[in-house]
Design a protein around this ligand. Structure first.
Ligand code: GLU
Length: 423
């Protein structure tokens, strides 16, 4: 395979960041070193070979991963991504962030993550389906509604979840909708799940604007990444009257100080056109887009985008993190000192996993809620977490990211302390 399967620098950097975050938070919390030591390691990691017959008849072996970082508070929970950057270190870091995220939101899940190292953008629907089914079969014993529940992440979607659910159900002999979340509604998915991550993030931007005494209609926004999270965030910001002046996808983006027509851009992308080919603005690279002066900057692409190198050139009032791990700890300090209001990833993008929780509850009860009920419950959970982060940040004089990590980590640590160490 042409892809690095283990030990690429992006994955190693993500894991280093995740561990540094844990160490800093543990120090601030004066955490029992025995608990901190246990939290530094993933509970279980599975690496599988996924042989797939490609459309031209030859067989390619892809490497797949599922890591359960911690299951003290409930079954493992977290997405599955299909990307060339996927390796054990990256998936481990992401599973750790899922643990803190679920604990911060107070939902009864542990943290997990999975992925297959592949370039999904170059694969046919048939190849993706065969790869998904074989991967599901290989991790069959590892997942389940009470064990570990996958969901969409980068380059996976509702269709991917439908194939996983179908493959799992075929093995068991009856339908098991609760084995994944983020499924199509007709097979047990939840209304509002698709919009939950971007929508939840923009709700928190609303809370931040209230906190700062600013008006949405006077704000500008820049969004890096136009997948499920970035596109919904751009639409929701625009609906609130925010002027969205630049957006990008993996190949680059487009900038117009007068504002972009977000709805037209969404249609353009629906037709499989790159964001950069949209008329009505000047092209920008993914690095440049982060440095465009704006009020609200939304990194919604991938990890490690904002570092000590580019942070001094970033000019925004609110950093609303839709991606997982977009900002390094060094960059976080620089932005904090510059007075940027940070909505850290484990808070900002937690709307997705929160509605995943609702989906799992609905599946287990075979009783489905309507959209207003989902939105009301989501808003309540996210506002509570936001207020808790604000309160701890003020009380302990730490930044928002550290406060969010401290809340998540202390909840997991307390549960581990109470349950004790076996044997
Ligand atoms: N992949 C999403 C995340 O990183 C959602 C996980 C889920 O819904 O389980 O939060």
């Amino acid at each position: 395979m042409p892809f690095p399967q283990q030990g690429n620098t992006e994955g190693q950097a993500a894991l280093k960041e995740a561990l540094a975050q844990l160490d800093h938070a543990a120090e601030r919390l004066s955490l029992d070193p025995n608990l901190a030591e246990r939290l530094r390691h993933a509970k279980r990691s599975l690496i599988v070979n996924v042989p797939v017959r490609m459309d031209d008849g030859h067989v390619t072996s892809f490497t797949g991963y599922r890591v359960q970082h911690n299951v003290t508070l409930g079954p493992g929970k977290g997405g599955i991504r299909y990307s060339p950057s996927v390796n054990l270190e990256e998936v481990t870091a992401l599973s750790m962030w899922m643990t803190w995220k679920c604990a911060l939101m107070n939902i009864p899940f542990g943290g997990a993550k999975g992925g297959v190292c592949c370039d999904a953008t170059k694969m046919s629907r048939g190849e993706l389906q065969r790869m998904t089914r074989r991967f599901t079969f290989e991790i069959f014993n590892f997942i389940g509604p009470d064990k570990d529940i996958p969901a969409p992440d980068m380059y996976t979607n509702e269709q991917t979840m439908a194939w996983i659910m179908d493959t799992y159900s075929t093995q068991v002999g009856h339908s098991v909708p609760g084995v994944v979340t983020g499924k199509p509604v007709v097979i047990g998915g939840s209304v509002g799940r698709r919009e939950a991550t971007g929508g939840g993030l923009v709700n928190l931007v609303g809370a931040a604007l209230d906190h700062l005494g600013l008006k949405a209609e006077k704000m500008t926004a820049v969004v890096q990444g136009f997948g499920n999270v970035g596109s919904v965030a751009a639409q929701e910001l625009s609906k609130r009257g925010v002027r969205v002046i630049a957006v990008s996808d993996v190949d680059g983006g487009i900038f117009n100080q007068a504002g972009l027509d977000v709805e037209a851009l969404v249609h353009h992308v629906d037709w499989k056109q790159p964001v950069g080919a949209f008329s009505g603005g000047v092209p920008v690279t993914n690095a440049e887009i982060l440095e465009i002066p704006c009020d609200i900057l939304v990194p919604a692409a991938t990890a490690g985008q904002i570092t000590a190198e580019n942070a001094p050139r970033i000019r925004c009032r609110i950093l609303a993190e839709g991606a997982n791990g977009p900002t390094t700890l060094d960059a976080d300090r620089i932005l904090e000192d510059a007075g940027v209001f940070i909505i850290p990833d484990i808070l900002g993008n937690a709307g997705g996993v929160t509605v995943s929780y609702f989906e799992w509850v609905q599946d287990s009860q075979n009783y489905f809620w309507d959209l207003p009920e989902i939105q009301l419950r989501l808003e309540k959970i996210m506002r509570r977490a936001f207020n808790e982060v604000m309160a701890l940040s003020a009380e302990r004089k730490v930044g928002h990211r550290m406060a969010a990590l401290m809340i998540g980590i202390s909840r997991v640590a307390e549960a581990m302390r109470l349950r004790g160490l076996y044997p």
